[in-house]
Design a protein around this ligand. Structure first.
Ligand code: 3H9
Length: 719
């Protein structure tokens, strides 16, 4: 090869303009720079694939060109396949062919990775002949998070560069490697502390050409750990089967990597293709993709977008219990200054101890260094005097769940806080409009419903009463993102989105229990569905006394016609509140954390059935889940119908990020769509024959079924 060094002359763009302008070709001396320019993240849509192929072929045919540079414009190199094309018929050229064409190019192809090179984006880079990293590069094969495996040669090329075991681990984790780690792993040739990918790439191209570097193909390399990888993959397979219970694509990933060890490259690619298509066809892919999309779409709330957020640097938390302390730590970790107020010296000492305990726990788990903890605690100001809140920008009240207690706090806040401060309550079901009404500034009041432990749980319900100002809603969304939470807008009603729906399916679980299923059978069916815990395990963990107090408080307002199951009350009357008392629905001998079946609980349940004249019948796990899910979906539909949730996807996000709903099922509304809404409605109608009051079908569900539509049609209409 001749070695004409690239010049710094002004680039010419005329010759190789790519279709639709998403791949822009510029010539610098003998180097053709192909810039992928497809915001927001340069995803490999059909136009990008076609553009790359076209520009590459032109560069190869042009005798003046000696090397090709692939660079991404904007923050990312390429974030992967365009997920909006999934589920649609594939359009040529497919990415696998584009990658093969890049690898086959007779002239050296150099990929410069300055940002996210993920999934198909990394596969493009692996097909290139040389890879240069800049410090902000992030390399990963996250397809597993979408229920897929790398389908454009990644399962065959990554093992040849980094070894089969490491490649399988990278794909199974779904997590990206930093530039430094990717270099050490063998995924790239060079890391350079530069800012401008084009300049750095041109300089390196020039050096490579000067050395006479030629095309160098990953496909021709042997897998470096071929001797030991078979055994390593077998061990990984066993571990993966155990850890990813029920997930489809992880084991397929291992199969594809095994093909890289056992088959020649072309056949390995063909095997990868078969496995990729199996994953693409799986319902899990649909569920996981929906979860990815819902996580981002919840941010698109008209109210939050129509105004600029208020500035928030100083935050206050009222109440230092478990919730208040968790919120305080979440805010401290986001770099905010946090005041904490409690009613007296003893209570604030407890609050401070709670905050320190969480921080120490973070240090023990390696999530925080001791210095970072000290720096964080230096921004924490505990106290008992509301006057200290005169200058804070936002207050989150997290005191005892009682309307009068909360109203007293808001009266005090209204007196001391500066005009324009946002006043938020962390109530989980109280009427926020009634809390706002005791202040002279209801437009500044909003609900920020965190989930425990608040420094860990992702979900934040943003509850918006009618009178709240748009810039307060925008501030809440901005704060949520700063705290790395997933915000979901909710309207005001008893329990908002999550707890209201939870109340409905817990009731369905109670009815199942009284009708004949044991709590252990119900919990097992719910776990098999994919939740980490069943509803009765959750009660035991949270403390049965909490629900008992709520039931007593609501007894006066309960519909006398409604069926009421008293089994949980019978347990609470005995002081069996769950884990903390050593027994609840389960037995926890000697402080055990996982419970054992309690024959006395079964006797109590039997006695309750007899008292009510109920002849116990048996339920299969499938029957249990049909009722459990029908209750969840029906209430979810009512929540959407009433405008409490903006769209079905908001309900899905609440359950995925706050209630442990299995991500691969996409959320309750997505699950219902995948079952078929006519089937779900038919179930509800059948259950209604036994209890028409509880099983009233949501009008929205009936309407969608009548129109032959699904919940997702509402999501799409709102997008
Ligand atoms: C794959 O590659 C399969 C191949 O192996 C085989 C093919 C045959 N497509 O997250 P953000 C949008 S599977 C389309 O908020 P950040 C996103 O929806 C793919 N759009 O920003 C959002 O849109 P909007 C493997 C995408 O800075 C906007 O970009 N790749 C895609 O926090 C900003 O996103 C992945 O799984 C996409 N692939 O994070 C990577 N990705 O503004 C997935 C994002 O309308 N992506 N969008 O709401 C990510 O991890 C992050 O988006 C990234 C940026 C780290 C890139």
């Amino acid at each position: 090869m001749t070695s004409a060094a690239p010049s710094n002359a002004a680039p010419s763009t005329a010759a190789a303009a790519a279709p639709a302008g998403v791949v822009v070709a510029e010539t610098h001396g003998g180097v053709r720079v192909l810039r992928i320019d497809h915001p927001p993240v340069n995803a490999l849509s059909q136009a990008v694939r076609a553009g790359l192929l076209h520009a590459l072929e032109q560069a190869e045919q042009d005798p003046a060109i000696q090397a090709v540079l692939l660079v991404g414009k904007g923050k990312a190199f390429i974030a992967g396949a365009d997920i909006r094309e999934f589920g649609k018929p594939p359009q040529a050229p497919v990415l696998r062919d584009v990658c093969n064409r890049i690898e086959a190019c007779a002239k050296p192809v150099i990929a410069v990775l300055h940002g996210a090179a993920l999934g198909g984006g990394l596969e493009v880079a692996l097909a290139a002949h040389y890879r240069l990293l800049l410090p902000q590069a992030k390399l990963g094969l996250p397809e597993v998070n979408l229920g897929l495996l790398p389908g454009a040669g990644g399962t065959q090329r990554a093992p040849r560069l980094m070894g089969a075991k490491a490649a399988a681990e990278l794909m199974l984790s779904g997590k990206p490697l930093s530039a430094q780690a990717a270099l050490a792993a063998g995924l790239a040739d060079r890391l350079e502390a530069a800012d401008d990918p084009v300049a750095a790439g041109l300089a390196w191209a020039s050096a490579l050409l000067a050395q006479g570097a030629a095309a160098r193909r990953t496909r021709d390399l042997p897998v470096p750990d071929a001797d030991t990888a078979q055994a390593a993959l077998q061990a990984l397979e066993q571990e993966t089967a155990r850890k990813t219970r029920g997930l489809f694509s992880p084991l397929k990933i291992i199969e594809a990597v095994r093909a890289a060890l056992q088959l020649p490259f072309e056949q390995g690619l063909a095997r990868e293709r078969e496995l990729f298509l199996e994953c693409m066809d799986s319902p899990q892919r649909q569920g996981l993709l929906h979860a990815f999309w819902a996580e981002r779409e919840v941010l698109k709330v008209p109210q939050a977008r129509e105004a600029a957020p208020r500035r928030v640097e100083r935050l206050a938390v009222i109440g230092g219990g478990t919730m208040g302390a968790g919120i305080a730590v979440a805010a401290l970790q986001a770099g905010l200054h946090v005041h904490m107020i409690e009613r007296d010296a003893q209570a604030i000492a407890r609050g401070q101890a709670n905050v320190e305990k969480i921080c120490d726990g973070q240090v023990a788990k390696g999530r925080l260094t001791p210095q970072a903890r000290d720096e964080l605690l230096a921004r924490y100001v505990p106290g008992t005097d509301y006057q200290a809140l005169a200058e804070v920008d936002l207050v989150i009240e997290a005191v005892f769940e009682d309307l009068q207690v909360k109203q007293d706090v808001f009266r005090a806040l209204d007196r001391v806080c500066k005009p324009g401060a946002v006043l938020a309550t962390n109530t989980s079901y109280l009427d926020i409009a009634a809390i706002a009404a005791v202040t002279a500034r209801p437009q500044d009041v909003i609900g920020l419903h965190f989930f425990s432990p608040a420094h860990i749980m992702k979900l934040l319900e943003i509850v918006v009463p009618e009178r709240t100002a748009a810039d307060v809603v925008a501030t809440a969304f901005a704060l949520a993102q700063r705290l790395k939470k997933i915000p979901v807008r909710a309207g005001v009603c008893d329990g908002f989105i999550g707890n209201r729906i939870l109340a409905a399916y817990k009731q369905a679980a109670d009815y199942l229990m009284e009708d004949g299923a044991s709590p252990y059978e119900i919990d097992a069916a719910v776990r098999d569905f994919g939740f980490a815990m069943g509803p009765f395990q959750v009660i035991d963990l949270a403390g049965g006394d909490i629900g008992w107090a709520t039931r007593k408080r609501r007894a006066a307002t309960r519909d006398p016609r409604a069926r009421y199951v008293e089994i949980a009350d019978r347990l609470c009357e005995r002081g069996w509140f769950g884990q903390k008392t050593g027994r609840g629905f389960y037995l926890y001998p000697d402080g055990a954390r996982s419970g054992q079946v309690d024959p006395q609980v079964l006797e109590i349940i039997d006695a309750e059935r007899q008292r009510k004249g109920i002849a116990a019948r048996s339920f299969t796990p499938e029957e249990i889940m049909r009722r459990y899910m029908a209750a969840m979906v029906n209430e979810g539909a009512k929540v959407v119908q009433e405008g409490i949730a903006l769209r079905p996807l908001d309900v899905d996000a609440v359950f995925l990020f706050g209630y442990g709903f299995p991500r691969w099922r996409g959320g309750p509304m997505k699950w219902a769509d995948m079952q078929g809404l006519p089937q779900v409605l038919a179930d509800i109608q059948a259950f209604a024959r036994q209890d028409p009051l509880f099983w009233q079908p949501a009008a929205l569900l009936e309407q969608l079924v009548a129109q032959g539509r699904d919940f997702d049609s509402l999501n799409r209409a709102a997008a």
